[in-house]
Write a protein that binds this ligand. Structure first.
Ligand code: GRF
Length: 208
């Protein structure tokens, strides 16, 4: 049976693009990206997705109605599209345990929500990980694809790849080296989802 996925993103959407392109290159995965949702009306990811043939919509957040209502709006869209997996691709909001509960896999005990984070977790969780790693003077950094849990970037790790920081690197060189790895490794998780290999791919539980 085909699995239906949704992407949640707040920004440029370069990872969303990599995921969309991978799905269309791999019909044998039998996956469909049903919808791209952004919490920001002006996020470039919305146009990017439409140009690639994937419906996209903004569900803007407002403090007048709060997190619960915002998440309910998103959940009802995801239900409409019969989404079984959610991929966060630069989504800048923390999902509540109520939201995550909708995607709980009862047999394998994880949430069917994945995220990409631009550091070698558990190092540098949270916002601005490239900046923090660079300013900390790391010689090696990396990118992590992980399952989402109730914490911040603390869920079980599925894929991780390192890259070097060179002495002559400016921040932009360092970040671009990482981004190129992001676009390569995030699509790999789609194959794991397609082949029901998530549980057996967890290689590290993160304890921060
Ligand atoms: C990426 O660096 C990703 O690792 C982080 O947010 C950024 C999103 O970039 N979670 P983009 O919108 O996919 O270009």
């Amino acid at each position: 049976m085909q699995k239906s996925l949704a992407l949640l993103a707040s920004g440029m959407g370069t990872n969303a693009e990599a995921l969309i392109r991978a799905v269309s290159l791999h019909p044998e995965w039998n996956l469909s990206i049903a919808v791209v949702i952004s919490d920001k009306e002006t996020a470039p990811v919305l146009k990017r997705a439409e140009q690639l043939g994937v419906p996209s919509m903004a569900v803007p957040y407002s403090s007048s109605f709060g997190k619960k209502v915002h998440e309910e709006k998103i959940l009802s869209l995801l239900d409409e599209h019969k989404v079984s997996w959610v991929c966060l691709a630069g989504y800048m909001r923390i999902l509540s345990s109520h939201f995550l509960a909708h995607y709980f896999n009862k047999e394998e005990h994880y949430y069917q929500v994945v995220n990409i984070h631009p550091s070698l977790l558990p190092a540098f969780p949270g916002k601005d990980a490239y900046k923090e790693a660079f300013l900390a003077g790391v010689k090696v950094s990396g990118v992590t694809v992980h399952l989402v849990d109730e914490g911040i970037d603390s869920g079980p790790i599925l894929i991780q790849q390192f890259f070097y920081r060179y002495q002559e690197d400016h921040f932009s060189d360092f970040q671009m080296r990482g981004k190129e790895i992001e676009w390569q490794i995030y699509p790999q998780v789609l194959e794991l989802i397609a082949q029901n290999r998530i549980a057996t791919s967890i290689f590290r539980k993160v304890h921060i």
